[in-house]
Design a protein around this ligand. Structure first.
Ligand code: AMP
Length: 291
């Protein structure tokens, strides 16, 4: 496994990989490091005999707000490299910020509409930072395939749109959310949770499961307002605050109107705080496994 920390080295390693015969496809797995089984499952999902797997590890400063956890975000490079090597990754790209943002940079990528809802209003600039850095990774790696987790459902939607609009010839794959035995979605931020907070966090997937069951039983007769109220009520029993608990369209991510009937396939998405830690989770009913 090669490690590249600058763009020139990365380009040279990729040029060499592209000369391989039989030819290989380049697969990209973008991450911010502090790797867990969710990240490694992304690697497994794109690995294959004719695949050259590149994992990026970059804690992207432009996707963090001024009050967010950029400086304390966990950084565990040595352990990450060991795990990626064991999983058969070919190349790790772990650049410094000066590599990704040349001095004096003035360019940002903004995806409209999809970023106005759910996490958008609570994290101004976040998705612009994500779309910008992922565009840069696509430009430099030129992957045939890139994979993202459904854990970050809105991010996946934004990246799909961005790749289409900027004409990147990349196939975007998605992986189902990888969960702990009690249902909590695996996340690098789970490390922040104190034991009592971690115990409370199990109620998040339980709230999704409960609402999924309610929607199934409602058989198209449940109104969005009622679903939303139930969702909030079950979360508010454990969360210290709730940014949103939404019932939304899985494609455009728009919240359903209060009086709309909840269809069998709908996006349930939430962001809440347990202690100081902000956690997100989601599921698409009748598509994702109930957590
Ligand atoms: P991050 O390092 O948090 O930026 O995540 C890197 C990639 O891993 C993103 O595509 C995430 O959606 C994905 N990911 C993170 N956690 C999970 C999980 N529990 N299950 C599936 N994918 C995940």
């Amino acid at each position: 496994m090669d490690l590249c920390t600058d763009i020139a080295g990365l380009r040279a390693a990729l040029a060499k990989a592209r000369l391989a015969r039989p030819a290989v496809e380049i697969a990209l797995v973008p991450t911010m490091g502090a790797l867990h089984e969710g990240h490694l499952k992304l690697v497994d999902a794109v690995a294959g005999p004719s695949r050259f797997v590149v994992t990026s590890i970059f804690v992207n400063p432009t996707q963090f707000g001024p009050q967010e956890d950029f400086s304390r975000y966990p950084r565990t490079l040595e352990a990450d490299l060991a795990q990626l090597k064991a999983r058969g990754v070919h190349l790790v790209f772990a650049p410094g910020p000066e590599q990704m943002y040349p001095a004096g940079d003035k360019t940002r990528v903004r995806v409209h509409d999809l970023t106005d809802v759910l996490c958008g209003p609570f994290r101004p600039g976040h998705f612009e930072g994500v779309a910008t850095v992922v565009s840069k990774f696509f430009a430099v790696v030129q992957p045939d395939v890139a994979i993202f987790g459904r854990k970050d459902y809105q991010q996946l939607a934004v990246i799909r749109r961005m790749a289409k609009d900027l004409l990147f010839p990349v196939e975007i794959q998605a992986l189902a959310t990888v969960r702990e035995p009690d249902g909590l979605a695996k996340s690098s931020r789970n490390m922040y949770l104190a034991p009592d907070e971690r115990a409370r966090a199990a109620a998040i997937p339980a709230a999704l499961a409960e609402l999924d069951a309610l929607i199934e039983q409602g058989r198209g007769r449940l109104r969005a307002a009622e679903a939303r109220a139930r969702f909030r009520a079950s979360l508010s029993r454990v969360a210290d605050s709730i940014d949103y608990a939404e019932v939304a369209d899985p494609e455009d991510l728009r919240p359903l109107a209060d009086d709309a009937l909840v269809p069998p396939r709908v996006l349930l998405a939430l962001a809440c705080r347990i202690g100081k830690t902000r956690l997100i989770d989601n599921m698409v009913t009748s598509e994702d496994v109930r957590p």
